[in-house]
Design a protein around this ligand. Structure first.
Ligand code: AMP
Ligand code: MN
Ligand code: MN
Ligand code: MN
Length: 275
């Protein structure tokens, strides 16, 4: 069974509509797909209809932006209830904060001599409530400041670079409680991507388990294959299940296409076993 538990649509920073995303997954032989838009559930209904038509199993998901200590983390929720009021309200609160952040990002880029970024990013954001760094990155490519969006993030929009604005996202506790309270399972997305040393990482995993977190992504487009084994070991050590997903944003962006998800290393307990 081909499983991909992390993907994005135009409801956040993906390039395909929820329907087109599901159609692509069907064409690529995916059996089970989670749509996990950033801080947003609006794509799930359309994705569900397309999944029913295409014979694909859709998992209702979300990827929640969290500030833990001084680090931004992404917590994926799988099998969430999109009608659960605390989750709906919590995500609305995060999206509201994105508007002010986008203005400050544009001011920072302005100060670096790059003008028109707010309007530019808004043009790429199909969901006006969800302007993200990806939309700024696409605009910066358009106006010739980088060859592609990966190159943008090397020179802009990241800590210490023009366009970066620290932001107060949700707390880890809130994100896990919204997900678990809705009947879903909380998963730490792409753990290898965070600037945490081993001690911080162990503290994070310990806290996450204590608050009811269920899994970590072992296989993701953000991990090199050698890292799969590292994170499989952490999962076992902390009694966490393992998730796997491409983190697909669109054709030509990122490292893995939909369904290009290698099998989990031996000894992992797949998070989807009970789905
Ligand atoms: P935001 O939630 O607005 O901070 O935007 C985060 C999004 O930017 C991530 O979900 C990725 O899609 C994209 N992103 C962040 N860092 C990078 C990077 N180094 N290379 C490419 N895309 C990135
Ligand atoms: Mn993204
Ligand atoms: Mn992420
Ligand atoms: Mn993602």
């Amino acid at each position: 069974m081909l499983v991909d538990l992390h993907s994005h649509s135009t409801c956040s920073d993906g390039l395909l509509s929820p329907e087109a995303l599901v159609e692509r997954a069907v064409l690529r032989g995916v059996d089970m797909l989670a749509l996990t838009d950033h801080d947003e559930l609006a794509g799930l209904a359309a994705a569900r209809e397309a999944a029913a038509a295409g014979g694909l199993r859709l998992v209702d998901g979300v990827e929640i932006s969290v500030l833990w200590e001084d680090t931004t983390l992404h917590i994926v929720g799988l099998c969430v209830d999109a009608a659960y009021a605390p989750l709906v309200a919590g995500l609305a609160g995060i999206r509201a904060g994105r508007e002010r952040r986008a203005q400050r990002m544009a001011e920072s880029l302005d100060a670096a001599g790059i003008t028109g970024c707010l309007e530019g990013a808004r043009r790429y954001a199909k969901n006006p409530e969800l302007v993200s760094r990806s939309h700024f990155a696409r605009y910066l490519v358009e106006v010739g400041h980088a060859r592609d969006t990966n190159a943008v993030f090397r020179n802009y929009l990241t800590p210490g670079k023009p366009g970066y604005v620290p932001h107060q996202w949700a707390s880890l506790t809130d994100a896990v409680n919204w997900i678990s309270g809705s009947g879903g399972v909380a998963v730490i997305a792409h753990p290898g991507r965070y600037p945490l040393n081993q001690q911080q990482c162990e503290r994070l995993l310990g806290e996450f388990v204590a608050m009811g977190g269920a899994a970590i992504e072992v296989v993701t487009g953000s991990h090199a294959p050698a890292e799969f084994v590292t994170w499989a070991r952490y999962a076992r050590r902390f009694g966490l299940r393992a998730s796997a997903g491409s983190d697909f944003h669109g054709p030509g962006e990122g490292y893995r296409d939909l369904g290009n998800v290698p099998v989990l290393p031996a000894g992992c307990n797949p998070v989807w076993a009970g789905f």
